[in-house]
Design a protein around this ligand. Sequence first.
Ligand code: ACO
Length: 320
Amino acid sequence: MYARVTGTGSCLPGKPVSNDDLAARGVDTSDEWIVSRTGIRSRFLATPGTTSSELGLVAAQHALEMAGVAASDIDLIIVATSTPDFIFPSTACLIQNKLGSRKGAAAFDVQAVCSGFVYALGIAEKFIRSGSHSKALVIGAEVFSRILDWNDRGTCVLFGDGAGAVVLEAADNPGILASALHADGSQNGILNVPGQVCGGQVTGDPFLRMDGQAVFKFAVRVLSEVAAEVCQEAGVETNTVDWLIPHQANIRILDATAKKLGVDRSKVIVTVDRHGNTSAASVPLALDEAVRDGRIRRGQKVLLEGVGGGFTWGATLLEF
Ligand code: ACO
């Protein structure tokens, strides 16, 4: 029994917000600084009332449509998000309700920040390969703009909002060839939102904080290590992979990772220039874009990679 991606979908809220738009809104920055340091030119920012479940719902509907699967046939929903609608119930339960999918299907959220989608995909694959479930929706959905300190120009320019989804189904042929998930909790201090709700009050610091240079070095190292790990497990040379989709944090991280792996830059799917860093949504958003514009075709090998707060990281090698 294997698990195969049969549909992809995505959702971006509103219109692109350019670097100059951010400067016009009062952020002390410039297009030149942001583009040269990160490759980001614009991002999408949800309106105040828009939630992760709303974005995730639309992405899921597009993925179901491509797969030709009815919402009522889905028996597993996993949502990767660090910006859930509520503390509980989970965003997955909210999306299940909005989709009208099968009551009684398993639905839960995964918290692995920017690695969340790769984590959720790895978990869903194990459910499917065990035989317990056969049709899963795996969603990455974020409204990261809610946890940004708009007075911290070193972080607020980097992120955006959005959602991506895949339908993963039981199949006789792969599918997912190999996956790996890792974490190192000793690195929790270099990227975090160190706040919580307690006694009806927000305590601690409810905004994203980051040591950018430490994150950069860590991300490039683990992205290349985990890519090599899954390729070795599947018996595939890294330079023979058709497409590489790393977490879209920063163009310099993407370029450095591709170079370390010996993967030609033309095989790297890039959306960070137009989406910014959408955390758990970045990998499925990039996957959906490249599937829909015809770059990724059936039978090709695609390597997905995540890295994020925790620190967490992981990769999935699949045959599309
Ligand atoms: N606009 C203009 N100037 C800025 C901005 C901005 N948006 N942000 C910072 N600066 C200034 C700083 O104030 C500083 O000025 P100073 O020298 O006068 O003090 C100067 O630019 C350099 O600041 P640094 O923070 O040292 O900038 P650095 O070169 O490290 O670049 C960056 C910062 C882009 C975040 C870099 O560290 C990086 O790419 N890190 C990777 C982290 C990343 O991409 N994180 C995404 C989330 S993590 C994840 O998804 C896994």
